[in-house]
Design a protein around this ligand. Structure first.
Ligand code: NI
Length: 254
């Protein structure tokens, strides 16, 4: 059965059928789900889902695009959320330079603070990094993130960057993009890195794999991603599913 390492079931896209959908995961071969926070409110919603469903775990964190809302009071609240027993990681945190706002300096400050929080809590980090490869790497190195490790989620950089992050103890998160025709660079990454460093993720409701591209995503589309990785690496589907599950359980300590 499959380990979904990155989902957002608190999203309004699931308001109509959230319980039915989550209730059908296990019969559809999805064994574990980590629901990832992107703000204080989505972290609270992630924890609430983890309290209802035994197979759902939560990550607590503030996404770089949401960091303008942070201050000391909010950060203290985040610290409390991180201590919940079903919070298995700090995330998603990082840098997103695709957008001009918030200013890069603000993003960097709160990325660093949340990294230190993860180190204090001894929990791995889920990294969101877009068009910010070098700054992300430098900040992780400066804060000795090797101590805690984690995943570079929805990986979009080069083979060289993937290898550098792996050397730092990180996993590489692979999602629906791997099934897209124009994903040549990502296919090269999957070819080059060992399966022992890959995690399966959807980032749902976004980024549905082919042949479901354009529709609402869910963890039940993970088989398309596992199948594509199996093809690229010349492995069986079952091997990809079982090794990536082992990787995720090791990282999240589940
Ligand atoms: Ni996400």
């Amino acid at each position: 059965m499959i380990f979904e390492t990155h989902a957002h079931y608190d999203d309004a896209a699931y308001d109509e059928d959230r319980d039915a959908l989550l209730g059908s995961m296990q019969e559809n071969q999805i064994e574990y789900i980590v629901n990832v926070g992107a703000s204080l409110s989505s972290t609270a919603a992630s924890i609430a889902l983890a309290e209802i469903y035994p197979f759902v775990y939560a990550a607590a964190g503030v996404h770089p695009s949401e960091t303008a809302a942070l201050n000391e009071k909010a950060f203290a609240q985040l610290e409390k959320q991180c201590a919940h027993k079903k919070v298995v990681a700090i995330g998603e945190i990082g840098l997103d330079y695709y957008w001009e706002e918030p200013a890069h300096e603000i993003q960097k400050v709160w990325f660093a603070r949340q990294l230190e929080l993860a180190k204090n809590m001894k929990k791995p980090v889920i990294i969101h990094s877009r068009e910010a490869a070098k700054d992300t790497y430098d900040i992780l190195a400066m804060h000795n993130a090797k101590e805690i490790g984690g995943v570079i989620h929805c990986f979009s950089y080069s083979v060289e960057m993937a290898e550098a992050y792996i050397k730092m103890g990180f996993y590489i998160g692979i999602g629906g993009v791997i099934t897209f025709k124009n994903a040549k660079k990502l296919r090269e990454v999957v070819t080059a890195i060992p399966i022992e460093r890959i995690l399966l993720e959807t980032d749902c409701p976004y980024l549905s794999p082919e042949p479901k591209r354009g529709s609402r995503n869910s963890s039940q589309n993970l088989p398309y991603i596992a199948q594509k990785i199996a093809e690229i690496k010349g492995m069986s589907y079952d091997e990809v599913v079982s090794i990536t599950k082992r990787n995720a359980r090791q990282m999240y300590q589940i």
